[in-house]
Design a binder for this molecule. Sequence first.
Ligand SMILES: Cc1cc2nc3c(=O)[nH]c(=O)nc-3n(C[C@H](O)[C@H](O)[C@H](O)COP(=O)(O)OP(=O)(O)OC[C@H]3O[C@@H](n4cnc5c(N)ncnc54)[C@H](O)[C@@H]3O)c2cc1C
Length: 444
Amino acid sequence: MGIKYPDFDRKNQDGYDGNDKNYYYRNLEKTKSSLPLVGMHECDVCIVGAGFTGLATAYFLRHSGLKVSLIERHNAGWGASGRNGGQLLPGWSADMDYIAQKYGTVYARCLWDFSVEGIDIVKSIISEHKVDCDYKSGACYLGYKEKHREKLKLYASKISEDYNYNIDFREGNDVAAMTGTDFYSSAVFMPEAGHLDPYKYILELTQILKQSGITFFENTPAEKISGEDESYIIKTPNGIIKTAHIVLCGDAYLGMLIPELRQKYILSHCNMIATNPLENQDIIIPRDLACCEYTIFMNFFRKSADGSLIFGGGDALMPGVSLRHTRKKNINFLVQQMSTIFPSLVHEKIRYKWGGSMAVTSSMLPNVGEVMPNIFYANGYSGHGFNNAHRMGKLLADSLLGKCKGYKVFEPVENKLFHGYGQWDRSFLAMGMMFERLKERFWN
Ligand SMILES: Cc1cc2nc3c(=O)[nH]c(=O)nc-3n(C[C@H](O)[C@H](O)[C@H](O)COP(=O)(O)OP(=O)(O)OC[C@H]3O[C@@H](n4cnc5c(N)ncnc54)[C@H](O)[C@@H]3O)c2cc1C
């Protein structure tokens, strides 16, 4: 008998909506959704979740000869993938030095290459399929304290020497010339990274996948999985799917579908704001780069194709304070941060405010594996998912096709379990953040 999991409980649905004023939705019709599943559907592979991980998995399975279907609770890109900063950067949320010290330099090199391959995948999808998503080359990590300068300088030399990656340290006027602000004093410049409109990209990728024969069912949540081995049933509100393989790509939004996966991450929330198209567009980020602070509570920003400033930052959770309340405070905080960095924008109207959730692991490296035979999963990019989710999609597809047990690449990664199925997330995170804030403020 296969394991039967409890019914999906709507009240336990993790993550939060926050798509109400999403800049990326401004001109695009959300009406291109595929129809929901009604009745019975059979396939070889069913992917659950249409964010970067699910879409990339489908992309690498599209010519496999397998019958592949993708189900999404809302619409493609509804999760973090259609709400994010659009920054396509190399690396991981975990520090590369920490990875090298903990797991060894060979493994660190392997993870670095994985992350860069993720960038290459996105760029090759864009160029091969001529995806219209406003891609721009060039990105930088930024620092404003002396300790950031030292860290960035070391980072540039290590990343270029140990990983042979194209990266340059910059300081002084060079930094102001790149960013259009004298708030920052040091930077590393990465010409092969970049930024794009993630939602436009997702809508086009979805069309490419549909044209190549992948079946999409949107507004179709997976409510329950039963069965075993190569014979699984996924229950949805108005139908069922019979499938041999399942790939779970719900990240922070998967909730309690498979309870043991919910113990592998805590939920973190990130907020975004966007201005109207700026009047003096050439002054703000004249080099049109993706800009990201090299600190744990980073602000990250870039200009969109219409010259709006898209500005994001992490959450400052408070124990015992409701998410809605902290979200409002955090949006206000982001507006303040933006005006501190770009004083000329102090009176700028903020037209769009939104946010999203992401799964964060104890190591800041992802969870990947096979939860039952032929049920694969990947989550927990911990805030650095644009590149890594794409490379992960390739790894999941290869694992499923039996080309390799690709997910074993992540076997050395030790991710602790968070007991309590999510009840303690906010408290854990709030405590960790408080500690990190004190460290950032008072140490060195
Ligand atoms: C505000 C914000 C800004 C960010 N900025 C950046 C950035 O600039 N650069 C970067 O590299 N990373 C960034 N990240 C992180 C990055 O966006 C994520 O790591 C990445 O998008 C995760 O992709 P995913 O496909 O795994 O999950 P998601 O994009 O969250 O997709 C999961 C999907 O699964 C669906 N789903 C879940 N459960 C079910 C179910 N039971 N049935 C059917 N469907 C289901 C959800 O509806 C959702 O659409 C940011 C994250 C946030 C929240």
